[in-house]
Design a protein. Structure first.
Lengths: 213, 213
């Protein structure tokens, strides 16, 4: 998201400004993750970066704007991952695998952002929370659209594309809540596992068991 | 969990004591859900129940004990759902379906408890957090054990039972984070969907796509 903004602006000055904004956001996210949003002051964020509070005000008008930027990171990047034009040339099943792979990578890279979003969504202002919910909704619909199109070509077999898209989003998001870097499972293992899971729930043809009494 | 305790104790007095404890926990959970753990005082919980703070101290020694009781509710009940002896007589695939059905029901019934756990886990004391993590671990292993046993009988086909169990747990928990009572999807629709999803990821036989370059 921020990277895209930077490349649309001109020159090194914009890049540096963007870099500073990103570092503030990163540090704020880390402190929100460790101590909670409510217990973290702008003073603490400034201290962690060894800058003054007015420096932060040059980039964020208040703590709430910071929280919004952090909370919208995961969903904005995930939406962008769905929209990459190069994926449109591929078969739907390929596209879905690439999307799952990319979003898993994003979730592992931005793990603390996702966790802060899940925990602190309640502290967003009403219009901010609504905006993010709309983006999540758009994500589910775009993903459901891939499932529907792949259903038409016979690549997928899905009962309820929208609910399945929601479940896929949940399976991916879930990783942020338990993944431990350097723990039992590597990023590649997790990514491969999730690609298998998504493949299974989108191509399964014998579901009669699920309805048996 | 609490229901079981009550039935092990003697008579109406124990039942009433248990009822009071449950009501305190319920109200605390609702306030933690609405306002966050840190912003909720024992005074606010007492006021919501129209009782005194000493009344609460008769059941919970502090706010932290309340949070622990709330956070462990979902996992304790889910573990109990895995252990119901009557399920042991059934084929593993039946057992898995029943377990998914029961846990989905629990998650919808105790939705606010699960959400408070996900959000406020960071506020648990270290030994409390460790205890719950051990229970979650035990849950994943017991569920993986069902998958392994069903694999041996040819009912299931699973690559990594433990990671798959974790993913199933995540798919079910996810519901608590988005379900809106009276919203687009009914409890039955969600339950049927999750049973299909779990059936798909445990019986899928053609996964070669997931590995394609």
């Amino acid at each position: 998201m921020t990277e895209a903004v930077a490349s649309n602006q001109a020159g090194l000055k914009a890049e540096i400004s963007d870099f500073k904004r990103r570092r503030i956001r990163e540090e704020a996210c880390h402190l929100f993750y460790k101590h909670g949003y409510e217990s973290t002051t702008l003073d603490a964020i400034a201290a962690a970066l060894n800058v003054t509070k007015p420096f932060i005000y040059g980039y964020y008008k208040n703590k709430s704007e910071l929280l919004m930027d952090i909370c919208s990171t995961g969903i904005s990047l995930s939406l962008a991952a769905l929209d990459e034009p190069e994926l449109d040339k591929r078969p739907h099943s390929d596209k879905l695998r690439r999307v799952v792979e990319r979003i898993t990578k994003l979730i592992l890279r931005y793990q603390e952002y996702i966790v802060v979003y899940v925990r602190e969504e309640k502290n967003l202002e009403a219009d901010q929370a609504r905006f993010i919910r709309k983006q999540r909704n758009a994500f589910d619909h775009k993903l459901a659209d891939i499932l529907l199109k792949g259903q038409k070509t016979g690549e997928f077999s899905v009962d309820d594309p929208l609910m399945t898209a929601n479940t896929i989003g949940g399976m991916l998001t879930w990783v942020s809540l338990w993944f431990v870097p350097g723990g039992n499972w590597s990023e590649t293992e997790i990514s491969a596992h999730l690609m298998r899971m998504v493949s299974a729930i989108t191509t399964h043809h014998s579901m009669e068991h699920a309805y048996a009494p």
